[in-house]
Design a protein around this ligand. Structure first.
Ligand code: HEM
Ligand SMILES: *[C@@H]1O[C@H](CO)[C@@H](O)[C@H](O)[C@H]1NC(C)=O
Ligand SMILES: *[C@@H]1O[C@H](CO)[C@@H](O)[C@H](O)[C@H]1NC(C)=O
Length: 331
């Protein structure tokens, strides 16, 4: 930077150098804090109340919805950043992310997000992105189910497109059959530490998984409580293709409460997914699991910090992207 500066300005006056430096400084200050918690405070003061009441009503109709909304945000952020791309529906001429392996027959909550969007359009049309709605709805879901709160950073814009092949690429979205080292490196590739990964995985204290996702784990005797395995086998036949859609709670103790039971389950070898149990399998993350199992408040604050970090993944800002009118299709 210094040599570029001096060579490009060798024939300029020193006052234009100062202006040039100032412009560069403002540019970098601007990009380092692209998102802000008060982004809509003037343009949509009713935003938070509008989303919160819709999330509360959706969760009171079906408690699992809180989990489904949280997962939507995660799957949005992990594929080309938190840009609302996961919400774009397929058409005859466009294939988005929704049919990618980790998403198909699994992601849910699209209708709830679309309903929230239409309520938000009623109070401040054309102002709030679907990507930001997803970020706020995730936070409100966690809070509604008894988890921590945090200030959501905002100002993301929506993508105009989405990529099936990006969402379906092996390793983009983590697989439930991944080893600990693979999980650490997948999250690492997006700037999330192993610590963030372990804290974010506490999301599996709510919601459900399909037999398809946990079959190999419950028919393998390694690192699993045998009576837990038996219970899960009762509704998940061992033959591939049989009962693939049958559901089981990710947290056997309290599947609709956002608490630290997920970590206690891991210590008892009762994690549902192979990838869950990997976090407590004699490796480098064991101590963090033990800490969260004893100190829910530490889990909560680390989770909140990691959610903010995940929400910072490659947002579209400024004049990039658009503010969609409907979340399911580009304008
Ligand atoms: C560490 C890597 C992760 C893997 C391998 C993973 C994998 C999975 C799988 C396979 C399911 C069940 C899907 C099905 O069978 O239909 C699931 C559910 C879920 N995941 Fe993850 N996940 C991971 C991390 C996360 C993160 C970081 C979050 C949120 C921040 C999250 C939130 C959820 C939630 C809430 C559910 C339940 C959804 C529902 O009931 O609709 N997961 N996950
Ligand atoms: C996604 O990738 C898998 C292989 O990794 C392939 O079997 C599947 O057909 C792909 N799905 C789509 C919708 O392209
Ligand atoms: C059972 O799981 C272990 C890893 O925990 C793996 O090494 C082994 O190959 C699995 N066995 C079978 C039969 O899938």
């Amino acid at each position: 930077m210094a040599s570029l500066f001096s060579s490009s300005s060798s024939s300029s006056s020193s006052s234009s150098n100062v202006i040039f430096m100032f412009v560069i400084l403002v540019f970098f200050m601007g990009t380092s804090s692209a998102l802000s918690t008060n982004f809509y405070s003037k343009t949509c003061p009713k935003l938070f109340n509008t989303i919160q009441s819709e999330v509360e009503s959706a969760v009171s109709k079906e408690e699992r919805m809180g989990a489904s909304l949280l997962r939507l945000f995660f799957h949005d952020c992990f594929v080309n950043g938190c840009d609302g791309s996961v919400l774009l529906e397929d058409t005859s001429s466009f294939k988005g992310e929704q049919t990618a392996g980790p998403n198909v027959n699994s992601l849910r909550g699209f209708g709830v997000i679309e309903k929230i969007k239409s309520k938000v359009e009623d109070v401040c049309p054309g102002v709030v992105s679907c990507a930001d709605i997803l970020a706020i709805a995730s936070r409100d879901s966690v809070v509604t189910l008894g988890g921590p709160s945090w200030d959501v950073k905002l100002g993301r814009r929506d993508s105009k497109t989405a990529s099936l092949s990006d969402a379906n690429r092996t390793g983009t979205l983590p697989s439930p059959f991944s080893s600990l080292s693979t999980l650490v490196s997948r999250f690492g590739a997006l700037g999330l530490s192993a610590k963030d990964m372990v804290a974010l995985s506490g999301s599996h204290t709510i919601g459900k998984a399909r037999c398809f996702s946990f079959r190999p784990r419950i028919y393998n005797t390694s690192l699993i409580d045998s009576s837990f395995a038996k219970t899960r086998q009762a509704n998940c036949p061992g033959t591939r293709g049989n009962g693939d859609k049958n559901l089981a709670p990710l947290d056997l103790q309290s599947p609709t409460a956002f608490d630290n039971n997920y970590y206690k389950n891991l210590i008892n070898q009762k994690g549902l997914l192979f990838s869950d149990q990997q976090l407590y399998s004699g490796g480098s993350t064991d101590s963090q699991i033990e800490k969260y199992s004893k100190k829910p408040e530490t889990f909560f604050s680390d989770f909140a910090a990691a959610m903010i970090k995940m929400g910072d993944i490659s947002p579209l800002t400024g004049s990039n992207g658009e503010i969609r009118k409907k979340c399911g299709k580009p304008n």
